[in-house]
Design a protein around this ligand. Structure first.
Ligand SMILES: Nc1ncnc2c1ncn2[C@@H]1O[C@H](COP(=O)(O)OP(=O)(O)OP(=O)(O)O)[C@@H](O)[C@H]1O
Length: 515
């Protein structure tokens, strides 16, 4: 079996980064590896992976596995910076499930936090393909169902034996509530609801905390979810009584559980395990003040190559220069030239997503099914669009940045930046919806002449020197002009109608309130 370097050092330019980031493990030095050659892999996990079509691990997965398995496993926290679509989800899911496969008692031992509900659903599905194989159950806390339904999935009530009834009083201590799940995938808002209000929900036994899309999650505090989770899982003897901050809500009192030191249930005769943190992103922040929030323990940094922002290997970037006024025409001509291949079109806001999608529909039958996806829509509608896109009934999704991060839809061949991305990180995440898992993909950015220089500068930050110009046939643009004028008229009417409807609803609800 070929030996991989354990912690190959990369010589990096001197930049103001934290010391532990200066000598990372270079993921690009690892090769794909067949499951059969993976040391320690539980045979049932191997079988589960094979039956879901995975017969080898990607480099980032091999690197994380190698750094976490075996003697002294998970002694250090893990920080991963690797390109979009490189397989970071399984890179953390597999070692966690493998380690937890030896647990004897069901407790909440792994918590994975993601910024959005759709991402959380996606990650839950990855865990669900492997965890049941070793008897572990996975829960979801994202607010998809009512809080009561969610609680009943997460918390196990003791089964009543004949003739015995338990006290339904939630304050009663005679009823021992237990976790119904070993692994929980959550969004910060719903997680905080459970921390604050759900009886029996405890992070006391937590062994793993995964912060996926770290830089996004660190940017927004979401009711201080991170300090709260860290306080709930604190195991320091000194901090035994000091970690409950006076600013925490009174219901937090139920969480004053202390991570026991010594022997813990389910890990026979082993000391209570330390909480291991795994943080991951394709654009991991290097900002020391942001990273400090994670309170990392002797972190091990894994990154791909020497460039900070790496794009997928088989991604091609193109620019399409067009007159600003005719931008929608160029987009339609481009979509037509792509002949129904799966595309995501990114705009700069939820409003422009809605406007553009409405306008495209007024172009008549383009032979392409186009749907809108944005944070302003109801979750059911978004899920329906996503399902249609995954199944292939929808070929083009026009999206705000709601779809920028992490979303994994098989077969997306093209990403179109209808509006220029404001930051390189936005470009990386948007473009990363294609060319995933080693596949090919193209990213087109529509620009007017004035934006070209700025865009070139932006790409330079990711060391992208080549971004050829893509042209659409001018006659196809010209032939759409009259349809475009009609579509613009219809759009105007539609916008007026929507504004009128909104005002009417606003008027009705304000007069109801007055009554
Ligand atoms: N070992 C593997 N073999 C085959 N396919 C895999 C393997 N690991 C992951 N994949 C597939 O690769 C795709 C990308 O994986 P994943 O979503 O985990 O990437 P990611 O690195 O988290 O991307 P992003 O940064 O965009 O969130 C998924 O469709 C996943 O099913």
């Amino acid at each position: 079996m070929e030996e991989e370097p354990k912690a190959q050092k990369i010589s990096r330019k001197k930049v103001a980064v934290l010391p532990w980031m200066r000598n990372p493990v270079d993921v690009s030095l690892f090769n794909k590896r067949p499951l059969a050659q993976l040391p320690f892999l539980h045979p049932r996990l191997e079988a589960a992976l094979c039956s879901s079509g995975i017969d080898s691990l990607f480099p980032v997965q091999v690197a994380v596995w190698q750094e976490t398995m075996g003697p002294g496993s998970f002694e250090r926290d893990i920080c991963v910076n690797s390109p979009t679509g490189s397989g970071k989800t399984l890179a953390y899911a597999l070692p966690i499930v493998q380690i937890l496969s030896t647990r004897a008692v069901k407790c909440l031992r792994a918590l994975v936090v993601l910024p959005t509900r759709d991402l959380a659903l996606q990650v839950r599905d990855v865990f669900a393909t492997i965890a049941p194989a070793v008897g572990l159950s996975v829960g979801l806390a994202v607010g998809q169902s009512s809080i009561a339904d969610e609680i009943s999935m997460l918390i196990e009530r003791p089964k009543l034996e004949a003739g015995i009834c338990y006290d339904p009083d939630p304050e009663s201590h005679s009823v021992e509530l237990q976790s119904a799940v070993d692994i929980l995938v959550a969004t910060p808002g719903r997680l905080m609801d459970h921390i604050n209000n759900t009886k029996g929900f405890t992070l006391e036994h937590l062994r793993f905390l995964v912060v996926d899309e770290t830089d996004r999650l660190l940017r927004e505090s979401y009711q201080s979810w991170l300090p709260t989770v860290l306080q709930c899982t604190s195991s320091s003897v000194d901090g035994l009584f000091s970690y409950v901050s006076p600013s925490l809500p009174s219901s937090f009192g139920s969480l004053k559980t202390i991570r026991r030191l010594g022997v813990e249930r389910g890990f026979k005769s082993k000391p209570y395990p330390r909480l291991v943190k795994m943080v991951l992103s394709a654009t991991l922040t290097q900002d020391p003040s942001k990273l400090a929030q994670l309170d990392l323990h002797h972190p091990l940094f894994l990154t791909t190559g020497k460039i900070r922002y790496q794009l997928p290997e088989h991604l091609e970037s193109f620019k399409l220069i067009c007159e600003p006024k005719l931008k929608p025409l160029y987009l339609v001509a481009l979509l037509q030239s792509l002949q129904g291949e799966k595309c995501i079109v990114f705009t700069s806001s939820v409003e422009s997503t809605h406007r553009l999608c409405t306008l495209l529909k007024f172009f008549g039958d383009l032979g392409i099914k186009i749907k809108e996806y944005s944070g302003h829509q109801h979750q059911t509608l978004r899920s329906k669009t996503l399902r249609g896109f995954r199944e292939g009934g929808v070929q083009v999704v026009v999206s705000s940045d709601a779809m920028t991060r992490g979303m994994d839809v098989e077969g997306v061949k093209n990403v179109i930046n209808y509006d220029k991305p404001p930051y390189i990180k936005t470009y990386i995440h948007r473009a990363g919806r294609t060319a995933r898992a080693g596949n090919c993909g193209r990213c087109f950015t529509l620009l007017d002449e004035d934006e070209v220089k700025q865009f070139k500068k932006l790409l330079k930050k990711a060391d992208i020197d080549s971004c050829p110009t893509y042209t659409v046939p001018l006659d196809s643009v010209q032939s759409l002009r009259s349809t475009y004028n009609d579509a613009l008229e219809k759009l105007k009417e539609s916008v007026e109608m929507e504004t009128f409807k909104k005002q009417k609803i606003g008027f009705k609800s304000s007069s109801k309130r007055k009554r």
